[in-house]
Design a protein around this ligand. Structure first.
Ligand code: FAD
Ligand code: SF4
Length: 478
């Protein structure tokens, strides 16, 4: 018989523990403030949740994680109450664990692969990741950061300070390279700062994780638009290698009549005004946003949910989602849909806009919708929405937010014709992030199109390893 710690549960006891519930801010209260919705597990609840893990030898949960976090190992450390060890294990593979613990779609990644999910609920890996990352932030003296390798004398440039760029920068700095990040906006974080709202990811959490990277010696230069302020050509002359992670920030519009009326926003603009420019703080904001009473958000992804929940918080009495398919096809995380409903957001499914209608002086007064039904599956595998004849009707509103996707950011690529792009304007790379230029690598949304935080981070990690190999091979050949 193997020895077990006196307070460790037996296998039978482990199986009997129910999955932890995330404590949340009350729905009626939170729909009028920007405080975080999920409040985090207590230490006791985290230990109990971690005890549900079966420590599977084949580690299927790790295979489900794009950055291959050592999940059974860090969860075991939590189960034993050894939080410093858990934090060290987590940070070994994940540069932004407090961010990932809050925004990763675990339900389709590590938790989807968890053996406990076969009969009941999977281990709440995301809740545990968040718990450990927050604990480490509160106890910085107990989790010593590993020092970077000796300086290599090689200079690497990273374009874009979103999750892809920040992850690559951290990995490259750990390997001893001299890293400079150029960021177009006045603050680092990419979508984590300008897109995802405070109530899902507090800025203070992001600031702390960015500060950890700065401690490794990464220099972040904001207000530099590569393609305008600096060219890629000039960067290539100054740096030994470059990683491009400038995202997919170009809004897609509906292309219907009335889209230029006052009161119509792309979700990007709406969320940037509120999150990055602070328009949710007390008026008057330097970059204000129209606080509509009846707000229609068109779309069904995370961006649409963030926009509609934001609209509700800045005063919308009626905050409405209009989506052309059913809830089953919505790309948004299940938790976001649930939270939005609890906060009073009205969901109108199988409806698509045909025109936005204005007042004589150019302001939105309504949106015209057409009812849809689902037909045969399209290229995405989802059933195609088909218009129902004579089903058009008007929905009164004063603000419309369009959240139907984004395209590749063209600022950099338009000024660098030497980079090979695909037909959608995304940079073409191989699996490790190599582009058509030997010293230039790319990853994240500029390669994949709009994807997820953790996929961008995985790209950043893989490209950092490829850049390191490129520099070493090049130096050896000299
Ligand atoms: P980005 O995060 O877009 O960062 C790119 C950075 O490059 C930006 O800071 C930009 O300012 C900068 N940049 C652009 N052009 C230049 C230039 N020419 N020069 C210098 N800098 C430049 N994913 C999840 O996993 N979970 C979620 O809950 C989730 N919610 C989301 C909510 C919203 C509102 C949005 C828009 C996306 C969401 N996503 C979510 C998707 C996720 O945020 C992205 O997939 C991820 O941020 C991509 O990372 P990235 O580093 O490739 O690019
Ligand atoms: Fe634990 Fe689930 Fe991973 Fe098995 S699959 S090690 S139970 S988290």
């Amino acid at each position: 018989m193997t020895a077990r710690k006196p307070d460790a549960p037996t296998a039978k006891e482990r199986l009997a523990i129910e999955r932890a519930k995330m404590p949340e801010q009350d729905a009626a209260e939170r729909s009028a403030n920007f405080g975080e919705v999920n409040l985090g597990l207590s230490a006791d609840a985290a230990i109990r949740e971690a005890q549900r893990c079966l420590r599977c030898k084949k580690r299927p949960c790790v295979a489900g994680c794009p950055v291959a976090v050592d999940i059974p190992e860090f969860v075991t450390a939590v189960a034993e109450g050894d939080f410093p060890a858990a934090a060290r294990i987590l940070k070994r593979t994940n540069a932004l664990p407090a961010v990932c613990g809050r925004v990763c779609p675990q339900e389709t990644q590590c938790e989807a692969e968890c053996v406990r999910g076969l009969k009941g609920a999977p281990v709440a890996v995301g809740y545990l990741e968040r718990f450990v990352a927050d604990w480490a932030m509160a106890h910085p003296d107990q989790v010593a950061a590993e020092p970077p390798a000796a300086p290599t004398g090689r200079k690497v440039c990273v374009v874009g300070a979103g999750p892809g760029g920040l992850t690559a920068a951290g990995e490259l700095a750990r390997l001893g390279h001299d890293v400079t990040v150029f960021e177009a906006l006045h603050d680092a974080g990419g979508v984590l700062r300008y897109g995802i709202p405070e109530f899902r990811l507090p800025k203070v959490i992001l600031d702390r994780e960015v500060a950890e990277l700065a401690k490794l010696g990464v220099a972040i230069e904001c207000n530099v638009i590569v393609g305008k302020t600096l060219t890629l050509e000039a960067i290539r002359r100054e740096f030994d290698a470059t990683f491009i992670a400038n995202g997919a920030g170009l809004p897609v519009f509906l292309g219907c009549e009335g889209e230029n009326l006052n009161g119509v926003y792309s979700a990007n603009e709406f969320l940037t005004r509120v999150n990055l420019m602070g328009a949710y703080l007390d008026e008057p904001a330097r970059t204000p946003v129209i606080r509509g009473r009846r707000v229609v958000v068109v779309g069904g992804g995370n961006t649409a949910m963030d926009a509609v929940r934001t609209a509700r918080r800045i005063g919308a009495e009626r905050a409405m989602i209009y989506y052309r398919r059913t809830e089953a096809e919505m790309p948004a995380r299940a938790e976001e849909i649930k939270h939005a409903k609890e906060e009073g957001v009205a969901f109108h499914l199988l409806e698509a806009p045909t025109a936005i209608l204005g007042t004589p002086d150019g302001w939105v007064r309504a949106i015209r919708m057409r009812k849809m039904e689902l037909g045969a599956p399209d290229d995405s595998g989802r059933r195609r929405p088909v218009p129902i004849p004579d089903s058009e009707h008007e929905v009164a509103c004063d603000v419309v937010v369009v959240a139907v996707g984004t395209g590749a950011n063209p600022l950099l690529t338009a000024s660098a014709p030497e980079l090979k792009l695909n037909k959608w304007g995304n940079i073409e790379t191989d699996e490790s992030g190599r582009t058509s230029l030997p010293d230039v690598f790319a990853g994240g949304d500029i390669v994949r199109g709009g994807a997820t935080v953790i996929l961008a981070m995985g790209d950043g990690k893989r490209a950092a390893a490829a850049i390191d190999e490129y520099l070493r091979t090049r130096d050896a050949d000299k």
